[in-house]
Design a protein around this ligand. Structure first.
Ligand code: NAP
Ligand code: MG
Length: 403
């Protein structure tokens, strides 16, 4: 069989520890035998980030902007212990943070479902993709304590002096706490466009929720910006695609999501997304089954697994012991990127291959062959789950892909 040819290269960002090992094996077993893989390679492993003074991360993000589609392996975000372990020149910033700043995107997380791995919410039959706004609100808040007798004000100034001064609280009766938060119209607009674009790409309805009944100016601004952009730029496209955009209150959204069968994109403000993404991820089962994609408002995509470098498994691997690390989310990062590249470059064979690889991966689990993290979760009549090593799992997927 002739290998599938590519046109534009994928931006390939290599990473660290166990996921770096899986990265290589996925390419060897599942990609290179079938595709004439064209990538522009950036080594975001911590050693090379240190060597290049983190220049490689910036270069990779710029390349992602140039070519439109990237695929990234999990990377170490250094802390004090890592600085010591890798003898780093400095405590480099999170590569994901750097890439996000350069691409200005929104992160969407979505679970990969397989029969036998039942979500903790049994009604959920389809994936819920969660979009978290990653700018502002309480994450960029200013806060302080007030003593008895203090008065706290919200003051807005411009060149002409004080424009507005609102009393927050008169602490006459006793001390307390005060907090001020902000957001930017531009950031909310980017967030909205990323969400509308992702929903169209995934052909899933979009739900957005805030607490605008209580927060009549702040949260209401989010609601209005989404509504304006929807009307002006997306309404027609949504109607053509047969999907809907729904705005509701956050507490109503929570109740509806739990009662639903899934299958929607759920856009959340920063704090709601922080809390709800962990809830949704846990409810679907394993971190090894959660994908993540950064979508910029200009339509650039960066695909990755939601989990980290799985350090504990890596140290076992270094000692020569077998590991059973779940590679599914990393495989899906590759298939997501390849399918998008195929779509943008008009190579249906590439998109079809990505779909086949995803099906083979899910079928491997459904037929009872899986990594250790899934064995405890797996329940299907007539199928006894078998725990495979990291490499055996990839070969089990390959067998199905070849069949
Ligand atoms: P982690 O690598 O996601 O692993 C946490 C634990 O979850 C693992 O020890 C393992 O549990 C389980 N797990 C996660 N992924 C798994 C998989 N694919 N297969 C099987 N089990 C899996 O998170 P962490 O330990 O907090 O962070 C490790 C490093 O990753 C850190 O240096 C951090 O900076 C980095 N990180 C990177 C990213 C990213 O690049 N996007 C995201 C998060 C963290 P058991 O040990 O019980 O088997
Ligand atoms: Mg969180």
């Amino acid at each position: 069989m002739a290998k599938i040819q590519m046109k534009t290269p994928l931006v390939e960002m290599d990473g660290d520890e166990m996921t770096r090992v899986l990265w290589q094996w996925i390419k060897e077993d599942l990609l290179l035998p079938y595709i004439d893989l064209k990538t522009e390679y950036y080594d975001l492993g911590l050693v090379n980030r240190d060597k290049t003074d983190d220049g490689v991360t910036v270069a990779a993000a710029e390349a992602n902007k140039k070519y439109g589609v990237g695929v990234k392996c999990a990377t170490i975000t250094p802390n004090a212990q890592r600085v010591e372990e890798y003898k780093l020149k400095k405590m480099w910033k999170s590569p994901n943070g750097t890439i996000r700043r350069i691409l200005d995107g929104t992160v969407f997380r979505a679970p990969i479902l397989a029969k036998g791995i039942t979500p903790y919410v049994p009604g959920w039959k389809k994936p819920i993709a969660l979009a978290r706004h990653a700018y502002g609100d309480v994450y960029a808040g200013v806060e302080t304590r007030a003593a008895a007798g203090d008065k706290a004000y919200l003051v807005v100034e411009n060149e002409g002096g004080v424009k507005e001064k609102l009393l927050i609280q008169d602490f006459a009766a006793g001390g307390g706490i005060v907090q001020a938060v902000h957001n930017l119209d531009k950031s909310i607009q980017s967030f909205a466009r990323s969400c509308f674009n992702y929903a169209l790409g995934a052909n899933m309805p979009l739900w957005f929720a805030t607490k605008d009944t209580i927060s009549k100016t702040y949260d209401h601004r989010f609601k209005d910006i989404f509504a304006e952009i929807y009307e002006a730029e997306y309404k027609k496209k949504f109607e053509e695609a047969g999907i809907e955009y729904m705005y509701t209150l956050i507490d109503d959204a929570v109740a509806r999501v739990i009662r639903s069968e899934g299958g929607m994109v759920w856009a959340c403000k920063n704090y709601d997304g922080d809390v709800m993404s962990d809830m949704v991820a846990t409810a679907y089962g394993s971190l090894g089954m959660m994908t993540s994609v950064l979508v910029s408002p200009e339509g650039n995509y960066e695909f990755e697994a939601a989990h980290g470098t799985v350090t504990r498994h890596y140290y076992k691997h270094l000692k020569g012991e077998e590991t059973s690390t779940n590679s599914v989310a990393t495989i899906f990062a590759w298939t997501g990127a390849l399918a998008k590249r195929g779509e943008l470059d008009g190579i249906p064979a590439l998109t079809a291959f990505a779909k086949k690889l995803e099906e083979a991966t899910v079928r491997t689990i459904e037929e009872g062959e899986m990594t250790g993290d899934l064995v405890a979760l797996f329940k299907a009549e007539g199928v006894t789950p078998k725990k495979l090593s990291s490499r055996e799992f990839l070969r089990a997927v390959k067998r199905r892909l070849d069949a």
